[in-house]
Design a protein around this ligand. Structure first.
Ligand code: HAM
Length: 429
């Protein structure tokens, strides 16, 4: 037999045993966004390559080696989006959403990076992104961090650590960059090929190296904290005071530099020690200069994105779990009952909003239909045969518990089902 075509490495199907957990998490993320007054955005999965080059930065891992870039039939260079911030800014500028107004926005969807796949790191992954535009002060920085802290409480995830840093203004960073280059140059012989390359192009990224051999040089490097300008130092101090006031614990990490070039001032990451090397569950920061860089009026901006797969793994809900089984499975015997069954099924769906009712299709004996009913995972089977039809009744057989079959008049069926499926949260319309 021919070999089946497989999915692309690092891109995963979400099967029925796992999809309900995804749906639950997505609903909670949507509810949390709305609870803080954020509005949903949906952007295309594909953008002009130039957008990502100009925002994320030419000399970043993402743009240099992780983008899915192709030429379309019109000869334009397009890329699958590796993240959502660039598209969100592009969309806001395009639709005039930043004219004399603030925006609080969120989005959820797939992103694409050609990374080496491993647990927690995929080539198609999903982010919940949150972005706020037009707020210059540290109050919005605190709001975003409090929002993420609330999420961990809502989900019952503990043990996450908040890492906090400030990258200062471009002037401060330039001064720091000089000091850092001097330090790294002095230890040139200890740097690996990647760091030597970054030393020329983007020296701050050397601080992000995971190479154990480099940790000593990195630890001895000058700290950006000592090069901060007045404005960023004040902003950072105010943010810290707000977090202290709200009781959110954090760790200052002067080596936290982030892998995208658009950041300045506040950067933060929530990390776990439960997912191996893929420790960052949610990350973000300020990018006050990006909107201007893309041709808009200068507009302060800040945001973060959460990795959906990583959160599901922390919840232990990334593997086969409870399927979205129907509440009831309707078994029909005979042509007349089948016709009436369809009417009954539609009427019950009207009477009991939220009812998950699966009507048997494809004929077959009672026995075969019961087998399907059982496999569907339904709580109960409704049986509609000739006798029941003649008497205006149905039989209800319990599939998951020892309980006598019930004989229920049609007119009382909705109430009866609502009662036995109380756990399913059903109430008659
Ligand atoms: P990022 O740090 O590149 O930031 O990604 C944010 C989160 O997405 C990561 O912390 C991680 O949880 C998840 N993630 C990233 N790459 C992968 C992958 N290959 N597989 C699974 N999960 C992954 C951004 O993307 C920025 N746009 C965040 C932001 C929004 N900054 C401001 N606004």
């Amino acid at each position: 037999m021919a070999k089946h075509i497989q999915a692309i490495r690092g891109m995963h199907d979400v099967l029925p045993g796992v999809a309900p957990a995804w749906r639950r998490l997505e609903e909670r993320l949507c509810a949390l966004s709305r609870a803080y007054g954020y509005e949903e955005m949906r952007m295309p999965l594909v953008e002009k390559t130039e957008l990502f080059v100009r925002t994320i930065g030419e000399v970043t891992d993402i743009v240099e080696k992780e983008m899915y870039t192709f030429e379309d039939l019109g000869g334009d260079s397009l890329s699958l989006r590796p993240e959502g911030t660039a598209s969100c800014v592009r969309a806001c500028l395009e639709h005039g959403l930043l004219h004399n107004q603030t925006q609080r926005l969120w989005y959820l969807g797939p992103m694409f990076r050609h990374e080496r796949p491993q647990k927690g790191r995929y080539r198609q992954f999903h982010q919940w992104g949150v972005e706020a535009y037009g707020f210059a002060g540290p109050d919005i920085d605190a709001e975003l961090i409090l929002m993420s802290a609330r999420l961990w409480r809502l989900l019952g995830i503990d043990g996450l650590k908040l890492q906090l840093n400030t990258l200062g203004t471009p002037v401060a960073r330039a001064a720091y960059r000089e000091a850092l280059v001097t330090h790294l140059e002095a230890h040139r012989d200890q740097l690996d090929a990647d760091s030597l390359r970054r030393l020329e192009s983007n020296p701050l990224r050397v601080l992000d190296s995971k190479n154990p051999a480099l940790q000593e040089v990195i630890a001895a490097a000058p700290s950006l904290m000592n090069y901060l300008d007045e404005e960023s130092a004040t902003h950072f101090a105010e943010l810290r005071a707000l977090l202290d006031d709200a009781g959110v614990a954090y760790e200052l990490n002067p080596r936290l530099v982030r892998g995208l070039d658009y950041y300045g001032k506040t950067v933060f990451e929530w990390q776990t020690d439960r997912l191996g090397a893929q420790a960052t569950v949610l990350a973000g920061g300020r990018y006050d200069r990006l909107i201007e860089q893309l041709g808009g009026a200068p507009t302060p901006a800040i945001g973060f994105a959460l990795g959906v797969e990583r959160v599901l793994a922390l919840l232990g809900e990334d593997e086969d779990g409870t399927r979205d089984a129907p509440h009831v499975y309707l078994i029909v015997a005979g042509a007349a009952a089948e016709r009436e069954g369809r009417r009954l099924a539609e009427a019950l769906r009207d009477e009991l909003p939220g009812l998950r009712l699966c009507q048997h299709c494809g004929g077959g004996s009672f026995k075969a239909q019961f087998r399907r009913a059982d496999r569907s995972g339904a709580t109960a089977a409704i049986i509609l045969g000739d006798d029941e039809l003649a008497q205006g009744r149905v039989s209800v057989k319990f599939l998951r518990e020892e309980r006598a079959q019930a004989d229920v008049p049609r007119a009382e069926l909705a109430r009866f089902l609502a009662n036995i499926l109380l756990d399913g949260g059903l109430a008659p319309a």
